[in-house]
Design a protein. Structure first.
Length: 94
C-alpha cells in the first residue's frame, strides 16, 4: 500500500513537472540499484520508477536520463550540487 502511494505521488509530481510542454533538455534522474523500484544491470536501467518516468516523458515530450551512481552521490547531486533534476526514493523493495 505504501509503495503504491509513493508511485502515485511520483507520478503526480512528474505529471506536474512535464505538464508545461516539451522539455528543453533531458531530465537527469540519478539511480541506484534498490530492488524492483530501480534495477541497474550493466548499462540498463529498469524498474517501477524508470518505467513510470519514461511513460510520462513520452506523453509530455520529455526525455529522462538515468545515470547510475551510489545513493549518497545521487543525493548530493540533487541537494548540494544541483546537477540532477529529480531524486527517486531509496527504500529497498525485494
Amino acid at each position: 500500500m505504501y509503495h503504491a502511494f509513493r508511485c502515485t505521488a511520483l507520478a503526480l509530481l512528474c505529471a506536474n513537472l512535464c505538464a508545461h510542454a516539451a522539455c528543453s533538455r533531458p531530465i537527469v534522474v540519478p539511480v541506484s540499484n534498490i530492488g524492483l523500484a530501480v534495477m541497474v544491470e550493466g548499462g540498463t536501467v529498469s524498474g517501477v520508477y524508470p518505467d513510470i518516468l519514461r511513460e510520462l516523458g513520452e506523453k509530455a515530450g520529455c526525455t529522462f536520463v538515468f545515470p547510475s551512481y551510489p545513493r549518497a552521490r545521487s543525493d548530493r547531486m540533487f541537494f548540494d550540487d544541483g546537477t540532477s533534476d529529480l531524486v527517486i526514493p531509496a527504500s529497498f523493495v525485494p
